[in-house]
Design a protein around this ligand. Structure first.
Ligand code: AMP
Ligand code: ZN
Ligand code: FE
Ligand code: FE
Length: 284
C-alpha cells in the first residue's frame, strides 16, 4: 500500500512533515509522497526523516489552478499534483513564492468579507494558523476556535464554500501554466481527484483532453472522493490517453478526520506498482 497524496503543516494538514513520515512508517506504507498545496516545503522537510525511517519517499506538491473560462464557479478549481522534480528547480521555486502573494490578497479580501458579516476574524489570525500556506481551512480553524461554527464542514457549507458569502476567488494560474511549470522543473503533472471537475461524460473528457494536450502525464484513480465507478472510469481514461495511474488518500490529519493515511475514506489500497509507471511518465 502506498499514499501519494498527503498534506502536512506546510499547507493545510495538521501533522508536521516528520510526524507524517513517522505515521506512514508505523502503518507500514511502502511509499509516501507529501503533496502540500503550492509549496515544496513539506516534502523538503520530510526527506531526511523518510531516509532515516527507511521509507520510500517521493517529493511532490499540489498546485491550485483555475479554469477561468468555466461559467460554474464551483467547477473552476483544478488541482494538479507534481512529482519527481529534478532539483534544484530555482525558477519553479521562485514562481511558487510569487503565488503566495496572490494567496495573501485573496485572504485579505476574505477576512474583510467575514468582518462585514459581523465576525471578528483577521488576516493575521488566519495566517497564524496557516504559517506557510494559508487557505480556507485556516479561516475555518479560526471560526471554530471563536465559536462561530462547530466544524470544518459547517464552515465550508455556510461561509467559505464557492457559493457562500465569505468566499473570494483567488487569481490562480491556469491548468495549462501549472502543468507547463511542473514539466519545466523536470516533474510529471497529474490531475488530482478528477471527480471534483464537477463534469461528466463527454464534457469531462473534453476538459481532460485539454490537460493532456498541455502535457498532463498522469491521473489520480485512487482518491478518497472516488467510488468504484469513478475509479474504473478514470482508469479507462488513463488507458485511452496514455496517462500514468496514481493514487492517494488526500490525508489532512484533523482537518479531514474521516480520511485515513494510506486507506483514505473508502479503504482503498493503491498498489506499489503504480510508482514505477509514474516515474516512467516523469522520464526518469
Ligand atoms: P483554498 O485553496 O484556500 O481555496 O482552500 C481549499 C482547501 O480547502 C482545499 O484544498 C481543501 O483542503 C479544503 N476544503 C475544501 N472544501 C472543504 C470542506 N468542505 N471541508 C473541509 N475542507 C475543505
Ligand atoms: Zn488541502
Ligand atoms: Fe486537492
Ligand atoms: Fe490534496
Amino acid at each position: 500500500m502506498i499514499d501519494l497524496h498527503t498534506h502536512s503543516t506546510a499547507s493545510d494538514g495538521t501533522d508536521s512533515p516528520s510526524e507524517l513520515v513517522a505515521r506512514a512508517a508505523s502503518l507500514g506504507l511502502e511509499a509516501l509522497a507529501i503533496t502540500d498545496h503550492d509549496t515544496l516545503q513539506g516534502s523538503d522537510e520530510a526527506v531526511t526523516a523518510a531516509a532515516a525511517a527507511g521509507l520510500r519517499f517521493v517529493q511532490g506538491l499540489e498546485l491550485s489552478t483555475r479554469r477561468t473560462e468555466e461559467p460554474d464557479p464551483a467547477a473552476r478549481s483544478v488541482h494538479v499534483l507534481g512529482y519527481f522534480f529534478r532539483p534544484p528547480e530555482p525558477g519553479f521555486r521562485a514562481w511558487l513564492d510569487s503565488l503566495k502573494e496572490r494567496r495573501r490578497s485573496r485572504n485579505h479580501a476574505m477576512a474583510e468579507r467575514l468582518q462585514a458579516l459581523g465576525m471578528a476574524v483577521s488576516l493575521e489570525e488566519a495566517e497564524a494558523e496557516g504559517r506557510n500556506i494559508t487557505g480556507r481551512p485556516h479561516f475555518a480553524s479560526v471560526l471554530i476556535r471563536k465559536g462561530y461554527v462547530r466544524s470544518y464542514a459547517e464552515a465550508f457549507r455556510t461561509l467559505l464554500g464557492e457559493l457562500c458569502p465569505a468566499y473570494v476567488e483567488r487569481a490562480d494560474p491556469t491548468p495549462r501554466e501549472g502543468i507547463a511549470r511542473i514539466r519545466q522543473a523536470g516533474g510529471v503533472a497529474v490531475l488530482a481527484h478528477a471527480v471534483r471537475l464537477n463534469k461528466a461524460g463527454a464534457e469531462e473528457e473534453a476538459v481532460l483532453r485539454g490537460f493532456v494536450d498541455a502535457g498532463l502525464g498522469g491521473i489520480e484513480v485512487y482518491h478518497s472522493d472516488h467510488d468504484e465507478r469513478s475509479r474504473s472510469r478514470y482508469a479507462q481514461l488513463a488507458e485511452k490517453y496514455g496517462l500514468a495511474v496514481t493514487g492517494g488518500s488526500d490525508y489532512h490529519g484533523a482537518h479531514k478526520p474521516d480520511v485515513l493515511l494510506g486507506r483514505g475514506r473508502r479503504g482503498q489500497r493503491p498498489p506499489l506498482a503504480l510508482l514505477d509507471g509514474l516515474r516512467r511518465a516523469a522520464g526518469h
